[in-house]
Design a binder for this molecule. Structure first.
Ligand code: 0WE
Length: 257
């Protein structure tokens, strides 16, 4: 299926290393002939620049989503270079470690606020900054990543579940706000995957093993298939879907037991 993405322009936020979902999506888009801008968090600069090397000359820009000036500067740079933008991929989240390790009941205001700011508010902020450029392209597609912990209480996911619930609600409100300008907003919800963000979390390994054993397909997600769904959602083929959470979890959520 030709996705018709050749020559489109995308920004991908959240590449940390070769295991990042953001990286799988960046590669899927690059394969379709999309021009890329990748953003990194300060301490990831080296690994992101290295990853970017084999790609066709992507822009590589710093972006800490907690800094308004950096977010503004990223979209100014893209506007200056490309004049317009077609695709935004938001693939980042953070909650303080102790909030994931402990009992949800003990979640502190500071941890709660940080998780919501970085993991959910950042989408609203990025969407607002990107909207004029997406509009200049005649419309566009914004894609973010979520997880089932938004609607079910998963052991150890804790405040991240609250943040993902806020993120999914933000997808719907952004879709309603931006729809009249031809901008679609969707979330992808994979099953547990072995990324930097997941490794070393105490509850994660059990969750990962469980998903492999009980999901209808008896496996967990390949990063590639998440890239493929993102490329589809970015394309004209998905022009009629917005405001949705698209589950690609190897058949886990629909099961009764
Ligand atoms: O959204 C996530 C994880 C996001 C995440 C990871 C970390 C690790 C290091 C957010 N903040 C932090 N903060 C850190 O200090 N996932 C969907 C992956 C994940 O995490 C889990 C999972 C799954 C799946 C935690 C417990 C149970 C399942």
């Amino acid at each position: 299926m030709d996705l018709g993405l050749k020559g489109k322009r995308a920004i991908v936020l959240g590449v940390a290393n070769k295991r990042s979902i953001a990286w799988a999506i960046a590669q899927a888009l690059a394969t379709e002939g999309v021009q890329l801008a990748l953003t990194y968090q300060e301490r990831m600069e080296e690994s992101v620049r290295q990853l970017a090397e084999p790609l066709d000359n992507p822009m590589v820009l710093p972006c800490d989503v907690q800094r308004d000036d950096e977010v503004a500067s990223v979209f100014r740079t893209i506007g200056d270079a490309w004049g317009a933008l077609d695709i935004v991929v938001h693939s980042l989240a953070f909650a303080p470690r102790e909030a994931l390790d402990g009992d949800f009941l003990d979640t502190k205001r500071e941890a709660f606020s940080m998780a919501l700011d970085i993991s959910a508010y950042s989408l609203v902020h990025v969407a607002r900054e990107a909207a004029p450029l997406l509009e200049k392209a005649g419309g566009g597609s914004i894609i973010t990543m979520t997880y089932l912990g938004s609607e079910r209480a998963m052991p150890g996911y804790n405040v991240m579940g609250v943040a993902k619930a806020a993120l999914e609600a933000s997808v719907r409100y952004l879709a309603a706000s931006l729809g009249p300008r031809g901008i679609r907003v969707n979330a992808i919800s994979p099953g547990p995957m072995q990324t930097l963000a997941a490794r070393g979390i105490s509850g994660f390994t059990d969750m990962y093993k469980h998903a492999r054993e009980v999901s209808a397909l008896r496996r967990t997600n390949d990063p590639d298939e998440i890239g493929a769904l993102a490329a589809f959602l970015a394309s004209h083929h998905a022009r009629g879907t917005t405001g949705e959470v698209h589950y690609m979890d190897c058949g886990y959520r629909f099961l009764g037991i």
